[in-house]
Ligand binder design. Sequence first.
Ligand SMILES: CC(C)(COP(=O)(O)OP(=O)(O)OC[C@H]1O[C@@H](n2cnc3c(N)ncnc32)[C@H](O)[C@@H]1OP(=O)(O)O)[C@@H](O)C(=O)NCCC(=O)NCCS
Length: 179
Amino acid sequence: MAVPVANGARPRLSITKGRRTVALRVTRLRRSVLIEIRRCTMDDYNAITAAMDEFWDDDRTLPLHHALLVHEFGDTAFVAAERDRVMAYLFGFLSQINAAGYVHLVAVRDGHRRRGLARKLYGRFAEVASARACQELKAIVIPENTASLAFHSALGFAGGVVPNYSGPGKDRFVLHKPL
Ligand SMILES: CC(C)(COP(=O)(O)OP(=O)(O)OC[C@H]1O[C@@H](n2cnc3c(N)ncnc32)[C@H](O)[C@@H]1OP(=O)(O)O)[C@@H](O)C(=O)NCCC(=O)NCCS
């Protein structure tokens, strides 16, 4: 899927012939920047894990990344790419315990947030989860991540803090959205 998201400016040009400078009127098709939502490749994965700072501000989530998310869960590993450069990604899988599509990781490059990229990735993931008979989407967020909580709330997720969800002292917001 390709989505036009931005336009460029019309160029101005001139040429010099002898001592005369001739202005050229240049008409060019407006430049559309196309965002493609597609499955993640290992090249994409390697580019993502080499740029953790740009996606997460630091590398704290690097241990949550694993190549098996592409090799074994590749049906639910998506990137939003602009001219083949990964701008955002979502790694998910389908729960074996509940009829749920679980979003394991989602991140957008700094400087490209609030363009609807994460929303589009969730949309693609929801399509796959629905087609596989899932009844809800599920995501986990640390209480300090107010941007992520606002994002999930905007998408219709609801839930609350579950004490020690990820181990002793590791409280997490556990969020659900019906499909
Ligand atoms: C959270 C994150 C994935 C959101 O991605 P995004 O592409 O910027 O989100 P979208 O543009 O699709 O936002 C959709 C809606 O969510 C809400 N939203 C998103 N980011 C928000 C923020 N920082 N503050 C308030 N609301 C926000 C808005 O309502 C937004 O719609 P609007 O821009 O029309 O107002 C992104 O901020 C990010 O990558 N953060 C760093 C990594 C991270 O924390 N990942 C989540 C781990 S659980």
